[in-house]
Design a protein around this ligand. Structure first.
Ligand code: NAD
Length: 106
């Protein structure tokens, strides 16, 4: 059994990845999202998939999840995405660097 974390799991690409990976019963999948742009309808529903609401840019949010599950694989997709959105929120985009740092540190 492999433990897998997908960040941004309610988003376009990560939810498709979760759908495919969930078909393998040897994978235990946790996905996290803060619903900044994600859609609750995209959340994969399967016995081997668990959703946890979390802001990966906040160390206190992501730290207990990373330490308790001890993931074998991490797919880090959580980010402010899209040209219009990033132009409208240029400083907010920088917060995502903290998210990458959190994931790598943990
Ligand atoms: N869609 C593309 O064509 C494309 C191309 C190249 C790279 N990417 C990359 O793939 C990733 C996903 O892209 P997408 O198109 O699926 O975007 P998306 O906006 O559909 O998904 C991103 C998800 O991340 C979540 N999120 C954002 N900030 C978060 C945070 N701090 N904590 C937790 N969740 C957070 C959002 O709510 C959303 O559900 C991004 O990193 C993007 O840069 C996408």
């Amino acid at each position: 059994m492999s433990n897998i974390l997908i960040t941004g799991g309610a988003g376009f690409i990560p939810s498709s990845l979760a759908d495919v990976l969930s078909k393998n019963k040897n994978y235990n999948i946790v996905f996290v999202d803060n619903f900044l742009t994600g859609n609750k309808r995209k959340i994969t529903k399967a016995p081997n998939v668990k959703f946890i609401k979390c802001d990966v840019n906040n160390y206190k949010d992501i730290s207990p999840i990373m330490t308790s599950y001890r993931f074998d694989y991490v797919f880090h997709y959580a980010a402010v995405v899209g040209v219009k959105r990033t132009l409208a929120n240029p400083v907010m985009v920088l917060d995502d660097i903290q998210g990458i740092k959190n994931i790598l540190d943990l």
